[in-house]
Ligand binder design. Structure first.
Ligand SMILES: *Cc1c(COP(=O)(O)O)cnc(C)c1O
Length: 454
């Protein structure tokens, strides 16, 4: 091993090589030196841990080239979502509308009146740009915005219940993918969790019996990613609000995705509508900006004036607030909801959800032709019926009919085809389903998008 380690050339030696000197003429010497050290360091570590290492001049050069190329290329890339999941958390959830993108550009490129009241020139409030729209669209008295819905729940509970008790049904102790767990959020918000009822059945009397002078919040969490079926019973928000009023305890609802519009008017399965929660008597409601709403990552907190005011005065609000780009995109997104006729063309989430199957089929046929041509005769490439999902925990039981391209190879397992498509330019995310590799065309606008990087 010692001999192998000694065979590795020194950093200085490599820096004198012609190919490397070229890099130094284009980039800083410090960056190139760092790259060489990084590659040699990895080699040393591999040798020490007993791995086989090729320390030839060519291989070292290739590794340095790759490291430098990777550092120079954007790591965050445009990719094609052919996964069949419309709101894919790993792909950044909602794709924004043109209007939202335009608003972000202006906010990014110029100073904006983020916290400046143009009438009078006094200090303004960043929430003021969206609060009016949110209140109109949800029926709430007041609204504020934070970094995501997890932050919204944390901030609402911390404001209303720190050091006190939060009552929630055992049937609603949800975990959302990516480590959001209601019991842990309650604990981190400084509140004590009081569970009532059972996994499948909780009654109004269970809440009433648990209320005591230390109770600060009655919490309802939307069980967005699972269903309890069979012998079940839960307390409706409306009934919980009545209990809250009787005891003068605020009712907070974590709606998860929530929907501004009732999607059932489009024949889609309905996610709870935010306005209905306000109307049913919730004092505070939280939901995500980048799920069904179709906006940027954010958490919206709406509710009664006095509670939103207290939330805004909490020092944690400062730590969880959003930047001007988010406010800009959110404002533009909410504004689209003022016209429900144009909304379904302009809001990508809704456009994808409502895309006619005939449209998807045209793209699927055209794209399958292109793919067949590229892959050659060892692959079978067919258009088939399948199902898309909304994703991000929205309506997990509900699927929407779609058209997919199935790609099967005589010998290659589907997982390898999956990886092969991730290495194309742009990368294409498909899915492996029942032993086959599928590309869902619902979110692919043009067949050529699959190969737009070549
Ligand atoms: C998605 C979800 C969250 C977390 O929202 P983020 O915006 O991802 O932080 C919290 N609660 C419920 C019920 C959810 O569905």
């Amino acid at each position: 091993m010692q001999n192998r380690l000694r065979e590795i050339p020194s950093v200085d030696e490599i820096l004198r090589r012609e190919d490397i000197r070229q890099y130094i003429s284009s980039y800083s010497r410090g960056f190139v030196t760092h790259s060489v050290r990084h590659v040699l360091g990895n080699m040393r570590r591999d040798i020490i841990s007993g791995r086989k290492v090729d320390i030839s001049k060519d291989n070292i050069q290739a590794l340095i080239n790759k490291y430098i190329r990777d550092m120079l290329e954007p790591s965050l890339k445009k990719i094609v979502n052919a996964s069949g999941v419309i709101l894919h958390t790993n792909l950044g959830r909602a794709v924004l509308s043109d209007e939202a993108v335009e608003a972000i550009k202006v906010s990014a490129a110029y100073p904006v009146n983020l916290e400046l009241d143009l009438e009078g020139g006094k200090r303004g409030d960043r929430d003021s740009h969206v609060e009016g729209l949110i209140c109109f669209l949800t029926g709430a008295e007041a609204a504020t915005v934070v970094n995501n819905n997890a932050a919204a729940v944390l901030l609402a509970l911390n404001t209303l219940g720190e050091g006190k008790e939060v009552i929630i049904s055992r049937g609603e102790l949800v975990e959302i993918g990516g480590s959001f767990r209601i019991p842990e959020v309650i604990q981190k918000s400084g509140c004590r969790l009081i569970e009532v009822g059972t996994t499948n059945r909780t009654h109004p009397a269970d809440y009433a019996a648990a209320i005591n002078p230390d109770t600060a919040v009655l919490l309802k969490a939307h069980t967005s990613n699972y269903k309890v079926i069979g012998f079940t019973s839960s307390v409706s928000l409306r009934d919980l609000a009545i209990i809250g009023k009787q005891h003068n305890i605020p009712v907070v609802e974590d709606l998860g995705s929530g929907s501004i519009m009732d999607l059932s008017v489009f024949g889609l399965p309905g996610e709870p509508v935010v306005k209905d929660s306000v109307e049913a008597g919730a004092d505070v409601v939280t939901f995500s900006g980048d799920k069904l709403l179709g906006g940027p990552q954010s958490g919206i907190i709406i509710g009664r004036h006095e509670f939103i005011q207290r939330i805004n005065k909490n020092p944690l609000k400062r730590a969880l607030r959003v930047d001007k780009l988010t406010i800009a995109a959110l404002e533009a997104t909410f504004r689209l909801y003022l016209n429900s006729d144009t909304l379904k063309r302009r809001l990508p989430v809704l456009k994808f959800l409502l895309r006619p199957i005939s449209d998807i089929e045209i793209i699927a046929k055209e794209a399958s032709g292109l793919i067949r041509e590229r892959l050659g005769k060892d692959y079978s490439v067919e258009v088939e019926d399948s199902e898309s999902q909304i994703g991000s925990g929205s309506l997990p039981e509900e699927v929407i009919p779609t058209k997919v391209i199935s790609i099967v190879h005589k010998k290659l397992p589907p997982e390898e085809i999956f990886e092969m498509f991730l290495k194309t330019n742009p990368p294409v995310l498909g899915r492996v389903h029942k032993g086959r590799f599928l590309l869902d065309m619902r979110m692919v606008e043009k067949a050529g998008d699959l190969f737009s990087g070549y």
